[in-house]
Design a protein around this ligand. Sequence first.
Ligand code: COA
Ligand code: AMP
Length: 638
Amino acid sequence: MTMQGKSRYAETYAAARDDAQAFWGEAAKAIDWFKAPTTTFDPTKGVFGHWFPDGELNTCWNAVDRHVASRGNQTALIYDSPVTGTQRRMSYKELQSDVEALGAVLQDHGVAKGDRVIVYMPMILEAVVAMLACARIGAVHSVVFGGFAAKELATRIEDAKPKLILAASCGIEPSRVVAYKPLLDEAIRLSAVKPDSVLVFQRPQALAELTAGRDHDWAQAVAAAKAAGKKAPCVPVKATDPLYVLYTSGTTGKPKGVVRDNGGYCVALAWSMRGLYDIRPGEVFWTASDVGWVVGHSYIVYGPLINGSTSVVYEGKPVGTPDPGAFWRVIQETGAKALFTAPTALRAIKKEDPKAEYLKKYDLSGFRALFLAGERADPDTVKWAEDILKVPVIDHWWQTETGWAIAGNPTGLGMLPVKHGSPTVPMPGYDVRIVDEGGHEVAADKMGSIVIKLPLPPGCLPTLWEADDRFRESYLTAFPGYYNTSDAGFVDKDGYLFIMGRTDDIINVAGHRLSTGGMEEVLSSHPDVAECAVIGIKDSLKGEQPCGFVVLKAGVDRSPLDVEKEIVGLVRDKIGPVAAFKIAITVNRLPKTRSGKILRGTMKKIADGDSWSMPATIDDPAVLDEIAASLKSKGIAG
Ligand code: COA
Ligand code: AMP
């Protein structure tokens, strides 16, 4: 490990800050362009500027085709699926063949450059092929995570207006097979916008019924395209054209369509694979996430492939598939040099195998580093992982919006000393500041809102899908000239960042980002509920878990337990199992300020057992005792 002083971090960060044009212009040389950009950044274009405005490229070319000549027989993807008992390797040549055939099928269905395609798939190789086929023909993919319910899928269909949907017949959870097709059919029924066609990848665990005229069998269509020698070429797109839209939780039930452009993203990912993760072409990189999340987009699919590395597609869990040695087995069998996962996965392993007995069964001698993100990496978990793995454990901080790490420990530049609880330092291009409510910078070690001075570096969102105004309102207006991360934290005297929590109503459950506002909308829709509040309470495994308080309408004469059960079911039905909403509590009233604002922050402190003080503006202090008693009655510490 290179220690501070030997690291090239400081000079690299300074180079990007002092001459961003030169820094990112140089980084852009790692990418193949149909038309190399003559301008690196144009501040007059888009909402806050555009990177590489006159460049033209194709992201699929960069991820697949350009590697075929030099490393065509190298494995591009390793599929490891303990839930189906399958392993499969796909070379760059095979990947190209599948992607160009599927691209041709999409074109036969009338999908053209700029059209949106929703991808509703589990962690199988075809999901990666689907994303790349869209990128190849210039279509904009929007992947929807399989743990969302039909209504969430419908919202995304309505917003993205896809010409076509690519889906698998099912996903496989350790406890059950999740049939996707009924969810998809229901989503299309609920949506005012209907796709022209649906291509279904049939998995033997649950075959889908195809709707005549609209649905088509994926494998048959691809086989026919291959037999006819159909191959979609890589369509040149502008660097600023969208590669994908990925929906993420906002403060309301309506998710935000984060737009990712092609050029800046390719450049940023290529830089990060070397500078941050220190992975070389030909090496195996494993991100244990899901293609439905940004981490999956950037580091299961695009980053490793653009880098000419081998990526692992893992359809399983850290525990229970079949045991807490699953991750160590995959590292040994794939030869992964680094693993990127969420701290919650480590906590799950630690809970079942605290002494890491399972680790002893495997040879991890080639393993170099563990990267964690998605939620705060608690020092206990980081320390445990360091002790058992004996490699650097690196926390890094980012958001769906940024597409790659805002802060991290740049192993490729020479690691900086690790401070537990900190994701280390800002990555090149991110000018991170801590400000008070008035937007004034605060001193070292003082908590504040974390903001990033505009422009954001390449790879970050240029806007929200067809919603420039919402983009400005959500991120750019609170602190003019800065992007508001909605995270709070501080920078210490050594320049290390500490991310302490959100400033909005987003909670983080098992590394999944969820809106409590969105859940409150669902709770309020129950006919017996007069008002409600959802908060995130501490959970030793998942970091946080949602907890909903409901006040029933006057005159409702039903068992509160029955209503609570219905509410839990309703959230599962409307948002999906991923919301992990299991606690509903009926109360007589909610604590409010005299102006009627619900005191969610104080409720959370009571539930978490943290110290709290009586808000000066509270309407009736006795309500807080009632809340504490209700929590106790449900076995929640208080
Ligand atoms: N499709 C359908 N359902 C899904 C799903 C998917 N792709 N993914 C999760 N679910 C369901 C689960 O089956 C579970 O349903 P249940 O309520 O019937 O049990 C529910 O959603 C919650 O899932 P999960 O958060 O995975 O909890 P868990 O208790 O099954 O597992 C962990 C706990 C810690 C093992 C798991 O959360 C985990 O692996 N976390 C890592 C998260 C991660 O990688 N995040 C990406 C950010 S980098
Ligand atoms: P998502 O958009 O789903 O990636 O979630 C982004 C949010 O997750 C951030 O705004 C943070 O609140 C949280 N987050 C992600 N990574 C970290 C980290 N390393 N430390 C603390 N919080 C994190």
